[in-house]
Design a binder for this molecule. Structure first.
Ligand SMILES: Nc1nc2c(c(=O)[nH]1)N[C@H]1C(S)=C(S)[C@@H](COP(=O)(O)OP(=O)(O)OC[C@H]3O[C@@H](n4cnc5c(N)ncnc54)[C@H](O)[C@@H]3O)O[C@H]1N2
Ligand code: MOO
Length: 419
């Protein structure tokens, strides 16, 4: 018989303390690292950028040489060379000289600023400068994005595209992540594989297994496909035992209700303990959560919609618990926050300001990430989300309420209170 129906949150509260951490980890290539969870902090092994580089196309100059320049009073400098991106500068800039430079190219010795091409006019071997620059202007200094030795990503981070870009920028080809292995099985005498004669009376195609395998892969799990088990105790027991040997968690669908063939919870009870059977969610009511061999055995109802709803209600939370963190808000959700300072924007441009969210007693505070431009990948790695300022608005005031679009899940380590 179905035990009492309890609400989903209470079910998780009862169940999660029985769940042990996943210990397996593996080194995966960056191409397979999306949504995987870091086992350790990532410390930068090098400076990014590794050299001072131009942040704009224009002329590398000594800033002092441009002081006082204006459209009415252009300053004339001698062009002594050109530096393409990806090559070592073969020239040095001396007093009264300029070098044509491309965005991203190495700054030549002697120069300390770049005058944007828009504020110059080439006249033969010279260039007229229409605007003064300050030392460091339009230059990305070595280590401005990331400094060697700095913690770039914290352990338990669910890797996002920007994080994977950063790992590559640090020269890494692979990364160590947790490896939760999950076995998936379907139960039912009526089930057939897709294409295997479901036209026969009474047969049903096993669609749940395919949906569940896809859902687990999206969550970064390695899946062991246990196929279809028939509705008899011996076969169910054998399949579950094999699955427990191979995986950190077992997920079954079907045979959880009160029909004559709904044998699964009783079989699992023999192997361990059914902690929850019957949850107040609709669909998904006959879900059962058990522990056997110290591992979760999740029994989802057979109806395909009930299977997936029950899956998403419980499995991501259980997996996260196994990896030692919990998600407070999911990626692409919006969070309301108060700005910590004024955020400027140009009218007519949709501006994406990267912000870090901090918890306060009155809710979230959105703090803009300090950055010198769009070359600074760490601004996206450090940020929780974007404040998107629309074209028709000019800036957001300090203390204004804003919506933050989350570009990564907001998580909390189970043994450290940081987001
Ligand atoms: N007398 C009662 N009957 C039912 C109850 C109840 O409380 N009392 N609960 C109902 C609810 S709610 C649900 S949900 C279902 C769940 O039943 P089971 O988990 O035991 O699932 P099955 O009986 O094995 O299958 C139900 C249905 O789903 C199809 N199925 C099963 N596995 C798959 C699969 N892998 N792929 C696609 N479809 C699958 C199966 O053929 C059945 O049609 O019970 C109600 N009954
Ligand atoms: O509650 Mo069942 O879960 O009808 O679908």
């Amino acid at each position: 018989m179905l035990k009492e129906r309890i609400d989903a949150e209470t079910a998780l509260k009862l169940f999660l303390p029985h769940v042990k951490p996943v210990t397996r980890c593996e080194e995966v290539p960056l191409s397979g690292a999306i949504n995987r969870v870091l086992t350790r902090d990532i410390i930068a092994s090098r400076d990014i950028p590794p050299f001072d580089r131009a942040a704009m196309d224009g002329y590398a100059v000594r800033a002092e040489d441009t002081f006082g320049a204006s459209p009415e009073n252009p300053i004339l400098l001698d062009i002594v060379g050109e530096i393409e991106i990806g090559e070592k500068p073969g020239v040095e800039v001396q007093k009264g000289q300029a070098v044509r430079i491309a965005t991203g190219a190495m700054m030549p010795e002697g120069s300390n600023a770049v005058v944007m091409i828009e504020y110059t006019n080439r006249v033969g071997d010279s260039v007229e400068i229409y605007k003064a620059v300050t030392p460091g202007e339009n230059v990305s200094l070595r280590g401005e994005d990331v400094k060697a030795g700095e913690v770039v990503l914290r352990k338990k981070t669910v890797l996002q595209p920007q994080d994977i870009g950063m790992l590559a920028a640090l020269g890494m080809k692979s990364v160590e992540v947790y490896k939760p292995v999950v076995a998936v099985m379907s139960t039912g005498n009526e089930l057939v594989e897709p294409g295997d004669g479901d036209e026969e009376a009474g047969k049903t195609i096993d669609s749940n297994r395919y949906a569940l395998i896809a859902a687990l892969k999206e969550l970064g799990c390695e899946v062991v496909d246990m196929g279809i088990s028939r509705d008899n105790e011996e076969e169910l027991e054998r399949t579950i035992k094999t699955a427990l040997n191979k995986a950190d968690m077992v997920i079954a669908s079907g045979a959880t209700s009160v029909g004559k063939k709904d044998l699964l919870p009783a079989v699992v009870e023999k192997l361990g303990k059914v902690v929850v059977h019957g949850v107040a969610i609709k669909p998904g009511m006959p879900t059962a959560l058990a522990i056997a061999d110290g591992k979760p055995v999740i029994m989802l109802p057979g109806f395909p919609v009930a299977t997936l709803i029950a899956f998403y209600t419980f499995v991501p939370r259980i997996l996260e618990h196994m990896m030692g963190f919990e998600t407070i808000r999911r990626k692409w959700e919006k969070a309301r926050a108060i700005t910590a300072k004024r955020i400027p924007s140009s009218s007519g441009m949709r501006t994406f300001t990267r912000v870090i969210l901090r918890e306060s007693k009155d809710g979230y505070i959105a703090e803009p990430v300090r950055t010198s431009g769009s070359g600074i990948l760490s601004s996206l790695v450090r940020a929780h989300g974007f404040v998107i300022i629309p074209e028709e608005k000019e800036g957001v005031e300090e203390g204004e309420e804003v919506e933050v679009l989350l570009i990564r899940p907001l998580t909390r380590c189970l043994n450290a209170q940081n987001i």
